[in-house]
Write a protein of this length. Structure first.
Length: 261
């Protein structure tokens, strides 16, 4: 496993935990609703080429839950402050699900902060006639099973008994996700009309069997983001970085290498 660190920094009175590892160009990973408070195998692989920076968003993991956190817009502006505080310059950005939505919200405000963008099954828009899976109404077991195409992975996740801290963090993450994405469900009605402002090289990765944000959303994002590339990953659910790590890495590396200046 790549040597990595955990640090807590304070921005606007909000303390957040940041995991960092690897060396090379900066890559900011924006996690989904499940959080990212532990260093994961796919981060290890990314760290072979990049300095990987993984914050826990305000309200998630071991980060504070600030009083001002009401919307995805709040998170987007917070991350612009975070980029300033870390003096990162231009970074490659990878975001999954809620994190992909967040990446879009940041990029439509200030795309110049991004070197490239990889969106992995992002939320954030609404497609008429294509319902998203409602993670808030599913039973916990159904939520896990509907996340993965490979039910062996689902079985492994369900068999893992979390410790007290991990269980508390999971509940905290779900609460904050609901606060940000309950109504309307995983959507900012204004986002789609501004996605044309994303002008950096963009890769969209999508699991063909995603039950949370179905595949038709992939083509919708591709059409809305100028020049975006789309790769659909076979036999994969909502978390390609976990379920199909090689295909995920191929997509991230391909778009990063398209902008090596």
């Amino acid at each position: 496993m790549t040597e990595h660190t955990s640090q807590t920094i304070e921005i606007r009175g909000c303390r957040i935990e940041i995991l960092r590892g690897g060396a090379g160009p900066g890559l900011l990973f924006l996690h989904g609703g499940g959080g990212a408070h532990e260093w994961a195998p796919f981060m290890d692989r990314l760290a072979a080429r990049f300095e990987v920076i993984v914050p826990s968003h305000p309200g998630f993991g071991r980060s504070d839950t600030p009083d001002w956190l009401d919307s995805m817009s709040d998170l987007a502006f917070f991350y612009l402050d975070l980029l300033d505080a870390l003096a990162l310059g231009e970074v490659h950005v990878v975001g999954n699900s809620l994190g992909g939505w967040l990446a879009c919200e940041i990029a439509v405000r200030e795309a110049a902060r991004f070197r490239t963008l990889t969106l992995v099954s992002p939320a954030g828009i609404e497609l008429a006639g294509v319902a998203k899976g409602d993670i808030f109404l599913w039973k916990p077991e159904d939520r896990v099973r509907n996340t993965f195409y490979d039910q062996v992975l689902a079985d492994q996740r369900l068999a893992d008994t979390p410790g007290e801290e991990a269980a508390d963090i999971a509940l905290k993450n779900l609460f904050t996700t609901a606060k940000l994405a309950w109504n309307p469900r995983f959507c900012n009605p204004d986002l789609a009309k501004w996605l044309h402002r994303i002008t950096v090289p963009t890769m969209i990765l999508w699991g063909a069997q995603d039950k949370i944000i179905p595949l038709p959303y992939a083509e919708a994002f591709r059409k809305l983001i100028p020049g975006a590339q789309l790769r659909v990953i076979a036999e994969c659910g909502h978390l390609p970085h976990q379920e199909k790590t090689e295909e995920f890495l191929d997509g991230v590396f391909a778009i990063a290498e398209s902008n090596t200046s």
